[in-house]
Design a protein around this ligand. Structure first.
Ligand code: HMG
Length: 447
């Protein structure tokens, strides 16, 4: 079977930055370490007044098309995944296609366009759709453009405010990919949950603590489902494990749970038993409560062991590099984690070709998905081409009052703050220009 996977990737960060330990924490009266150590974040990316989900998506896509030398005729499908859409009918992909058509010869008239919604897991679902379209032989030799884009904003004062972010990732899904080949095997964990949702409202209603429990439960189910098709996982099987990363502290919890699951009934568990005992088994306990308390104690011990720390530092920690500086990009988050992992391999001068990633996506509401990816020959060139460090360095560092103003600008129901001046100057990019006669949003390309 011809391999199918991600052939090219581009990232676009919101052009502003909110410094969590130095700007956010003092305003909240919090210890900065709550953000840097507890949540694991230093900054969040924020959209400037002329940026939104369309500009970020179109800018990421244009960079990708320019770098790959693509024209609209090469693209048979544009899927945008977002949970920040401003229209219940017209998909963001049509806006993005319109932007791109204004700067390229040719058009996307014969490309299938859509929008995927399932909180943060929608990006991975859009990749799935592209994969299936190609595998079904319906692509006529063309590639799919999959774009994840979100302005992940919370209401002012919500505990989630510390985990905001804004950015887009454009990915080209194609046959004989250069970056990673996708596995056919997948695992799902999916249940009707009301932990994080936006019922006809811009900012989410969130039960933060519960959302973390739901994340862990759905991930465990997805892992079990994945093992039911791919066989039991071996710890050394995967070079990196990129997770959906709402904030790095969440991934720390998920990684520990995954490790405990994978070593159960293996030589790794036996080797660790000398120091911390075997994992508690439910039948050995009188009730669920006692069992759960024992599990918590075991996990506390497990995370201090050398084998766990070694595995975590090698396999998971390197996936969190970008997330620490950008916050939660919702649908993009797991795709940013993949890029962080590959950048780590460049820093270590690791060959990586043929190595496997275990990719764990998640969306509230709630669903987790797990699959494997094999790193392809061209990965290094594709990742070295990214200029994300320069983008992050160039972000405008907001003061608290500037942050309040720009948050208002992006709140759909507030006219307040619409006159706020941009903090950065657009340069060779799409910008939001206002509203048209049917209340559609309008855009132009600024040279
Ligand atoms: P909070 O109540 O403000 O924070 O909200 P906290 O008091 O729980 O502290 C956070 C961590 O910092 C804790 O670590 C503290 O101990 C630690 P933990 O105990 O959990 O390991 N801490 C400190 N550490 C060192 N020094 C200190 C210090 N002080 C505290 N001085 C919460 C945190 C995550 C609930 C909030 O930010 C929130 O509601 N976020 C939004 C929801 C969210 O991100 N949930 C994650 C799972 S759901 C998901 O990932 C889906 C999502 O991406 C949406 C989608 O799918 O579309 C969100």
């Amino acid at each position: 079977m011809t391999p199918v996977g991600i052939d090219a990737v581009e990232i676009w960060s919101g052009k502003l930055k909110l410094d969590l330990p130095n700007t956010f924490a003092p305003e909240k009266g919090d210890d900065p370490a709550k953000y840097t150590k507890g949540l694991g974040l230093t900054d969040s990316s924020f959209p400037d007044v002329y940026e939104d989900i369309v500009t970020m998506a179109a800018n990421a896509a244009k960079r990708l098309m320019d770098r790959e030398g693509l024209t609209p005729a090469d693209v048979g499908r544009i899927d945008v995944a977002t949970e920040s859409a401003f229209d219940h009918s017209k998909p963001v992909s049509t806006y993005v296609a319109g932007c791109l058509e204004s700067v390229y010869d040719g058009d996307f008239t014969h490309a299938n366009k859509g929008e995927r919604k399932f909180a943060c897991v929608a990006g991975t679902q859009a990749i799935d759709d592209a994969y299936n379209w190609i595998r079904a032989g319906r692509n006529r030799g063309r590639a799919a453009l999959v774009i994840t884009t979100d302005t992940a904003l919370y209401a002012r004062g919500d505990p989630g405010e510390a985990t905001q972010g804004a950015g887009a990732v454009a990915m080209l899904v194609d046959e004989d990919p250069s970056i990673v080949e996708l596995s056919t095997a997948q695992g799902y964990g999916s249940k009707d949950e009301t932990d994080f949702l936006k019922p006809n409202q811009q900012f989410p209603s969130v039960d933060g603590k519960r959302s973390m429990q739901v994340y862990l439960s759905r991930m465990r189910e997805a892992l079990e489902d994945y093992e039911s098709v791919a066989g039991d996982l071996e710890l050394t099987e995967f070079r990196y494990a990129p997770f959906h990363t709402p904030f790095p502290g969440m991934v720390r919890k998920a990684a520990l749970l995954a490790y405990r699951h994978v070593i159960r009934d293996t030589d790794h568990e036996t080797a660790l038993a000398e120091d911390i005992g075997r994992q508690p088994r439910e039948p050995d306990f009188e009730d669920r409560e006692a069992y759960e308390a024992a599990i918590r104690d075991y996990m506390d011990e497990l995370k201090t062991t050398e084998p766990y720390q070694h595995w975590y530092d090698d396999t998971v920690e390197p996936t969190l590099g970008l997330s620490r500086s950008v916050g939660n990009w919702y649908t993009s988050s797991v795709h940013v984690a993949r890029v962080s992992a590959l950048r780590d391999a460049i820093a270590r001068d690791d060959a990586l070709v043929g190595d496997t990633l275990l990719v764990a996506s998640y969306g509230s509401g709630a669903q987790a998905e797990i699959h494997a990816e094999t790193v392809c020959e061209g990965w290094r060139t594709g990742i070295e081409a990214l200029d994300i460090d320069a983008q992050l360095d160039a972000r405008y560092d907001l003061s608290w009052s500037e942050y309040e103003d720009v948050h208002d600008v992006h709140e759909y129901d507030k006219d307040l703050g619409r006159d706020v001046e941009a903090f950065t100057v657009p340069d060779g990019e799409f910008v939001f220009t206002g509203w048209g006669r049917m209340n559609e949003r309008t855009y132009e390309y600024v040279e």
